[in-house]
Ligand binder design. Structure first.
Ligand SMILES: [Zn+2]
Length: 215
């Protein structure tokens, strides 16, 4: 049972195509698991399309939304399911992985491996994290907003337990300590706003104190 969903702002931006690619990967992956948000996005797509094609469109009434919902509901059984039961991974992740070759797991700690996803953009760091069954991740915070999506298994932290499909947003500086469930490893997708890296000769100019700090 999915308890954590992307908020409406994210879904609206996703539907409008204005959401950054890194974040779109997380939203799209959530939709793989979440019928509820799939329907919301389809509805937003429809509203967006009619706003674009019909400049003089009347305000969207509840009736219209209901009829859109009815239309969406009707053909569903005929449609190919978006997520066949044998396809565990969201398609977008499968696609990225097949493009870059297999996931290359890097050892981070005895309980944690990471595999980067090459997305061709630098705004967000996108990666898979695998926590061993019963393993924990050292308490950490992050400099940028972090989206975590549970792909397989479950984990918990101070605030609760998260299962497949759960979509979590943590702001920079929020400290947490995820712990995988005892019976199975947990694989998560993580999307972190990449920290600004200052390198080269301008670095000292911008921050003359940086050179005195151990890196
Ligand atoms: Zn959802």
């Amino acid at each position: 049972m999915i308890k954590h969903h992307p908020d409406d702002n994210l879904l609206i931006e996703f539907s409008a195509g204005t959401l950054a690619f890194g974040q779109s990967i997380a939203v799209s992956s959530h939709l793989h698991f979440c019928h509820h948000c799939q329907q919301r996005v389809e509805r937003l797509n429809h509203v967006g399309a009619s706003l674009l094609t019909d400049v003089e469109s009347v305000p969207v009434s509840d009736d219209l939304l209901d009829s859109v919902m009815a239309q969406l509901d009707a053909p569903t059984p005929k449609r190919k399911p978006a997520a066949p039961s044998n396809q565990k991974m969201p398609r977008v992740i499968d696609k990225i992985l097949s493009k870059q070759g297999k996931a290359k797991w890097e050892f981070l700690t005895p309980s944690l491996d990471m595999a980067r996803l090459h997305t061709g953009q630098q705004q967000f760091e996108v990666a898979l994290h695998r926590i061993k069954a019963g393993g924990s991740v050292a308490q950490h915070d992050h400099r940028g907003t972090e989206i975590t999506l549970v792909l397989d298994g479950s984990f918990s932290d101070e605030n609760g337990i998260y299962n497949e499909g759960d979509f979590l947003v943590r702001d920079a500086g929020q400290v947490h300590r995820p712990l995988a469930s005892r019976d199975a490893p947990c694989i998560c997708l993580s999307v972190v706003a990449a920290p600004v890296r200052m390198t080269g000769p301008f670095m000292r100019l911008l921050n003359p104190f940086l050179s005195f700090k151990p890196l």
